[in-house]
Design a protein around this ligand. Structure first.
Ligand code: NAD
Ligand code: WQD
Length: 338
């Protein structure tokens, strides 16, 4: 199947492209390289033995997209990753986030509708649950108003997809709500490329371990959790990538002409910040200097998935452990992020 992968040289996109190639699909990547590098294409080739087709450009550019669809007439599905994703930056530069993340999905949908693409997978986020009323969080939980523009763009994008389907458009769509993706490809050839100081915990840990950062700040130890630190559902990016392949298969087999649904993609287990630090120290043999700091604004105590729906409907479940994910993140940090 020919699949358009927007944001396909990014962290999650690159892992999905590898899985698509290995599963015999034909990924067509679009990326403007605003948060990734062209060398990722060489790395994908090294891992998979195939060089994916790549178009450098912006998903908000209608003419560029039209051109891609003209050159690639048989696109059957789209996985839309292209977006900005830094929560803190979105608070400081909201217009940049609304512009890229909303105009991006609108333009991709508008052009792909003209070209009759029937399958659409959207990268959403557990952030749409805000501070959940209970854990594990089922898909039926309320989508709450987010404390940051990034989260709002995900909730709005979900509404756009739903409205398009309600309008009777000939499109089958699934929003995958990722929990906390971590890890890298076991080869150490592709992984996350944080720009500047990372906002996310795992890249901050690996950068501290290698000496780029002096110490890790643990944002609060007075939450109502196992040890007072924040609890999250950390999912290996390889497992997350597999979920996309299953989702595409599921969409293709679905006989409805118009369809919208949401699925959590998580492990179903919560891990605290302190548990993650201790596990990292065990697998790497490196002690992480850390200090307890005040809570980060907008953070919540716990967030982990009820992952039963995706298991029931698509027979997907996470397979890799936190240890494996941290080993892979550490290998990636040591090999490529010095
Ligand atoms: P990433 O930044 O590594 O990848 C996104 C890619 O999209 C980058 O290669 C970037 O250059 C490209 N891009 C951005 N705007 C573009 C545009 N206008 N036109 C063309 N290309 C553009 O991020 P990621 O971690 O791989 O995330 C992928 C998707 O998953 C995003 O939509 C993100 O919001 C979502 N998501 C990520 C996480 C996470 O923690 N990483 C969690 C939940 C959801
Ligand atoms: C995890 C835990 C922090 C850094 C974010 C987005 C979410 C999704 C995934 C895109 C929390 C603690 C962190 C540090 C720390 N992204 N922490 N010191 O906040 O769960 O989710 O990324 O969609 O939308 O909000 O992930 O990795 O930032 O934090 O103590 O230096 O680690 O307080 O408990 P988060 P995170």
């Amino acid at each position: 199947m020919k699949v358009l992968v927007t944001g396909g040289t990014g962290y999650i996109g690159s892992h999905v492209v590898v899985k698509l190639l290995l599963a015999g699909h034909e990924p067509i990547i679009i990326d403007n390289l605003s948060n990734s590098e062209k060398t990722v294409l060489d790395r994908i080739f090294e891992i998979s033995g195939t060089r994916p087709i790549f178009y450098e450009g912006d998903v908000r550019d209608v003419d560029f997209l039209e051109d891609v669809f003209e050159q690639e007439p048989d696109i059957v599905g789209i996985i839309h990753f292209a977006a900005f994703k830094a929560v803190g930056e979105s608070v400081k530069e909201p217009l940049k986030y609304y512009d890229n993340n909303i105009d991006g999905i609108l333009t991709v949908l508008e052009v792909s509708q003209r070209h009759n693409v029937e399958n659409f997978v959207f990268s959403s986020s557990a952030t749409v649950y805000g501070n959940p009323d209970k854990n594990p969080i089922p898909e039926t939980a309320l989508v709450k108003s987010s404390t940051n523009p990034y989260g709002e763009t995900k909730a709005i994008a979900e509404k756009i997809l739903k409205a398009l389907v309600v309008s009777g458009a000939n499109i089958k769509t699934i929003a995958l709500r990722y929990f906390n993706p971590i890890g890298a490809h076991p080869s150490g050839l592709i992984g996350e490329l944080p720009k500047g100081a990372p906002e996310n915990l795992v890249p901050y840990i690996t950068q501290t371990a290698i000496g780029i950062r002096d110490m890790l700040f643990v944002f609060g130890d007075d939450y109502n959790t196992i040890d007072g630190t924040g609890v999250r559902d950390y999912i290996h990016v390889e497992d997350l990538a597999d979920a996309h392949i299953k989702t595409l298969d599921f969409l293709q087999k679905n006989k409805n002409k118009s369809f919208y649904d949401v699925y959590n993609v998580g492990t179903g287990n919560g891990t605290s910040v302190m548990e993650l630090i201790k596990t990292f120290e065990k697998i790497s043999g490196v002690t992480i200097p850390f200090e307890i700091a005040k809570r980060r604004s907008g953070d919540i105590a716990s967030c982990y998935a009820d992952a039963t729906k995706i298991k029931r409907d698509m027979n997907w479940e996470s397979k890799k452990t936190i240890e494996e994910a941290l080993e892979d993140s550490w290998r990636w940090q040591q090999n490529y992020l010095k």
